[in-house]
Design a binder for this molecule. Structure first.
Ligand code: APR
Length: 251
């Protein structure tokens, strides 16, 4: 079954998607880097993506961090600079508006940029961690990240055990965060907004399939088709900032 492709509003599929979301009892959102591109934060796998400059296998694995923290910090400093001063865009505000109106239970995000919280969402599960803290892999000590962490030439050291600190993000080779809570939410979810993700990385890529398997509906918002599109009920083709804002207003 192919998703109903929605490229213009007013078409029957648009109204069908609105009616379907309105009747949902436990709607959730699942977001990826694409929702933040219109805020000026590049995604990972598009042609301008971050992984083109910093191949993840070279910069973003647990192994690289342990063997060569200085190298890993080159990526973190670049990310820190990119995230500096970025603001939520209409897609983030649309999800915050839906939560405020009781039309969204939570946002599960792969993003570390904190823009969902900045837009006003209160229930945000950051399965790939966040960039607001640095933490020690050895003794689990953690502190808020400071501007010095990004500007100083040396890798910040743990105050407790002197091991190198890393941003509190999930590296390849680490398991994702808060999976038990996510599983509990997905068990109840009957409508999942999937926004700006290539749906390429597990276990997040499995999450929409869990909802579909239990008879729930998937509403995908993306510039282009992904692995998920065929299985989704609705596919809103275009900029998340435009489509998600219009959708949130209409439901
Ligand atoms: N509107 C809608 N979709 C967009 C937009 C936009 N303005 N810009 C980009 N996209 C889509 C792209 O088409 C792509 O499908 O967002 C998706 C971004 O995919 P990725 O770059 O793979 O990012 P993401 O899905 O979040 O990656 C998942 O992989 O490397 C890890 O930890 C990293 O959290 C990340 C995870």
């Amino acid at each position: 079954m192919m998703a109903e492709r929605i490229q213009t509003r007013g078409r029957p599929a648009w109204q069908k998607a609105i009616d379907a979301f309105r009747s949902a009892r436990y709607p959730l959102a699942l977001t990826g880097a694409g929702i933040s591109v219109e805020s000026g934060i590049p995604d990972f796998r598009s042609s301008e993506g971050l992984w083109r400059i910093f191949p993840p296998e070279e910069y973003a694995t647990l192994e690289v961090f342990r063997a060569n923290p200085e190298k890993a910090w080159r990526l973190y400093r670049a990310l820190g600079e990119i995230l500096e001063g970025k603001q939520p865009n209409p897609a983030h505000h649309a999800l915050a508006d839906l939560e405020r109106r009781g039309r969204l239970q939570a946002v599960i995000t792969q993003n570390i940029d904190g823009l969902h919280q900045m837009a006003g969402n209160r229930r945000v599960i950051e399965v790939h961690g966040e960039h607001r803290h640095v933490h020690c892999l050895q003794c689990s000590w953690r502190r808020p990240v400071s501007a010095d962490d990004y500007s100083a030439p040396e890798v910040p050291a743990c105050r407790r055990c002197r091991s190198p600190l890393k941003p509190n993000v999930v590296l390849f080779g680490e398991w994702v965060r808060d999976l038990t809570e996510v599983e509990r939410l997905l068990e109840r979810c009957d409508a999942l907004l999937v926004v700006g993700t290539s749906a390429a990385v597990i276990p997040v890529a499995w999450m929409p399939l869990r909802v579909l398997k239990r008879g729930g509906q998937v509403f995908e918002f993306n510039l282009e088709e992904t692995e998920l599109t065929e299985a989704a009920q609705f596919f809103f083709e275009g900029q998340a900032g435009e489509w998600l804002a219009a959708f949130a207003e209409a439901v």
